[in-house]
Ligand binder design. Structure first.
Ligand SMILES: [Zn+2]
Length: 231
């Protein structure tokens, strides 16, 4: 009897924003928090079909720490993953840029990310650019709060740009959201297939200094007004 590829693996999915934190908003009014949640639910289904044990930092349109500050809300997401503890952490976002011509897909890991985070990011990104009609913007570094303060391999996926009309139309399409989730899930599957071969990280002392987390409350593409409104 063959075990499913992800049996025994614990995945924390983090649908970005929620409740009074809407995130980016497209020109048609499409809200990032809603796109993120839908993609995350599809991703949960896909990963569970592959045998993974999946938890969501939020499963509905709510804050993770209702009424709390943005910082506390983000820390609550990290706490859920760290206390479980999850094997990997995948935060799902949709991007935005002041320039309406900017489009495409990116995956982020922390600046001083572990080798495992980098491999996880690369494999998810590879499936996204292979399977979705999106421009590749590569795998990037960013010390966004949730990838910096989780203690397991962690990435933040920026599916596509809500500020770009073509990308926004895709993000509004349930079929595209399903395909996006499928691509992320196959990246996760590939990661666990090679995880045991990834070289261990150097001791913490050989990594750079801790950045001040307050500077990294926003994900790339989160509107600055969002930070001002919730602080
Ligand atoms: Zn976001």
């Amino acid at each position: 009897m063959n075990a499913l590829p992800l049996s025994g693996k614990k995945v924390m999915i983090d649908p970005g924003h929620g409740g009074r934190f809407a995130g980016a908003i497209g020109r048609t009014g499409l809200k990032e928090k809603d796109v993120n949640l839908h993609v995350s639910h599809e991703l949960q289904e896909d990963l569970e079909e592959m045998g993974a044990e999946v938890r969501m930092t939020r499963a509905s349109d709510t804050e993770v720490l209702p009424g709390g500050s943005l910082r506390d809300d983000l820390q609550a997401r990290c706490d859920l993953a760290n206390r479980w503890p999850a094997d990997i952490f995948v935060s799902v976002h949709s991007n935005s840029n002041n320039d309406p011509e900017v489009h495409g897909t990116e995956v982020y890991h922390a600046r001083n990310a572990s080798s495992r985070s980098k491999v996880l990011g690369r494999l998810i990104h590879q499936h996204m650019v292979d399977e979705l009609p999106l421009k590749s913007n590569g795998v990037r570094k960013s010390d966004f709060y949730v990838v910096r303060n989780t203690h397991m391999p962690a990435v933040l996926v920026e599916t596509a740009y809500l500020s770009h009309s073509g990308n926004e139309a895709l993000l509004a399409d349930p079929q595209f959201r399903e395909s996006t989730a499928g691509a992320i899930a196959r990246g996760v599957r590939d990661y666990f297939a090679v995880e045991s071969e990834i070289r261990p990280d150097p001791p913490a002392g050989q990594q750079g200094p801790e950045p001040p987390p307050e500077e990294h409350l926003l994900a790339p593409g989160d509107p600055l007004e969002y930070l001002m409104a919730v602080r």
